[in-house]
Design a protein. Structure first.
Length: 97
C-alpha cells in the first residue's frame, strides 16, 4: 500500500479516498487529520448540493449529480464512528439561510 498525500487527504479527501469510512480506517492520519478531512468532505458535499439546487452546475454535471447519491449520510456516519460531535448549525448549508 502506498503512502497517501496527507495534505491532499485533508484538503480534497474525495480525491484520495473512495468513501468516508476509508478515512476512519486509515492508519496514516491522526484523529485530528481525519476529523479535518471529514469536515472538508462534508463542506464540499453541502456546497455541491446547494449549487445543484440553485442550477449552478453544467447540464452534464446535473445529469451526473442526479445519478449519484449524496455522500452526506456516509460522512455523518463516519464522523459518528469517530465520536465527532457536529458543530452547531452544521446541519444547514453554509450558503443558505
Amino acid at each position: 500500500m502506498s503512502k497517501i498525500d496527507k495534505d491532499k487527504a485533508q484538503s480534497n479527501p474525495a480525491a484520495v479516498f473512495d468513501k468516508p469510512d476509508d478515512i476512519v480506517k486509515n492508519r496514516e492520519l491522526t484523529a485530528n487529520q481525519k476529523k479535518k478531512a471529514l469536515q472538508e468532505w462534508e463542506l464540499d458535499a453541502r456546497l455541491t448540493s446547494v449549487a445543484a439546487e440553485e442550477g449552478m452546475t453544467k447540464d452534464d454535471d446535473m445529469a451526473l449529480d442526479k445519478s449519484k447519491k449524496s455522500p452526506l449520510p456516509e460522512i455523518k456516519k463516519a464522523q459518528e464512528d469517530m465520536g465527532v460531535t457536529p458543530d452547531k448549525g452544521a446541519e444547514s448549508s453554509p450558503t443558505k439561510t
